[in-house]
Design a protein around this ligand. Structure first.
Ligand code: AMP
Length: 259
């Protein structure tokens, strides 16, 4: 399984990626995590990215593409991966396509988590408050001012990817505003529509059965006068005679067949 999770900061990409990693036994490739590790390690890439990240802007495409190209080549990514936070620009998406084509592999889909901007602000505010309460170190870019820039950057530079992947028929949009479990279920449905189709077939079968039952019940209702007729026939002896002659015919036919 090779997936892209697309969505603004606070859309829940990380949470859903962690679940999909367990489900499909694949790796999560988060460019944000990789860049933060590079900053922490003080590598040349980290030194280049540090201030850009702190401002909530995007690290240059060539830097990020090089990191991903390197990471995707690692043995643990052979079975599959979820790209979380990459690509973030159309040139990154084009570079990714080139990378995958060179490897002879294809993406299984692009999942967009769609979340209203007001909700994003609230979510990040909660995330910050929870991290503070736990005594954890805060991300330098998890503050209201930088968050505004990150969301604007998303709208300006990353959102065009929605149309880019939609035009390729690869985009699956999920409502990211719903509770985590519902978002997870919606992602599962778009990734594996088979169980959903099975449920729909069951519903259809139940409807057909229900329809047949209704027809049968109606027919049974119509049969009432038939019962009256057979009662008349019984008194006239017609029904018995008819049945007897039918029986004879059947008997004759089966005899002639045997003979
Ligand atoms: P994230 O953890 O995905 O929110 O990323 C944190 C920051 O890392 C972003 O605000 C960017 O500065 C940088 N970053 C992460 N991924 C990319 C990317 N694909 N292209 C450019 N910059 C990135």
């Amino acid at each position: 399984m090779r997936l892209i999770l697309l969505g603004p900061p606070g859309a829940g990409k990380g949470t859903q990626a962690q679940r999909l990693v367990k489900k499909y036994r694949i790796v999560q490739l988060s460019t944000g995590d990789m860049l933060r590790a590079a900053v922490a390690a003080g590598t040349p890439i980290g030194q280049r990215a540090k201030d850009i990240m702190a401002r909530g802007e995007l690290v240059p495409d060539d830097v990020v593409v090089a990191i991903v190209a390197d990471r995707i080549d690692q043995p643990d990514a052979k079975k599959g991966f979820i790209l979380d936070g990459f690509p973030r620009t159309v040139p990154q998406a084009v570079a990714l396509e080139r990378m995958l084509t060179a490897k002879g592999v294809k993406l299984d889909g692009v999942i967009e988590l769609n979340v209203d901007t007001n909700i994003l602000h609230k979510r990040i505010a909660n995330r910050v408050a929870e991290s503070k309460a736990r005594g954890e170190a805060l991300r330098p870019d998890d503050n209201p001012e930088v968050l505004r820039t990150r969301i604007e950057t998303y709208r300006a530079q990353t959102a065009p990817l929605v149309d880019y992947y939609r035009s390729q028929g690869a985009l699956r949009t999920v409502n990211g505003t719903a509770p985590i479990a519902e978002v997870a279920a919606a992602i599962d449905r778009v990734l594996d529509p088979a169980p959903a189709r099975k449920a729909a077939r069951k519903r259809d079968a139940a409807k057909v059965l229900d329809g047949k039952l209704k027809v049968a019940t109606k027919a049974a209702g119509r049969k009432k006068p038939v019962a009256g007729r057979s009662a008349r026939a019984a008194t006239s002896g017609k029904s018995d005679r008819k049945a007897a002659s039918r029986g004879k015919t059947t008997l004759r036919k089966s005899k002639s067949r045997r003979g």
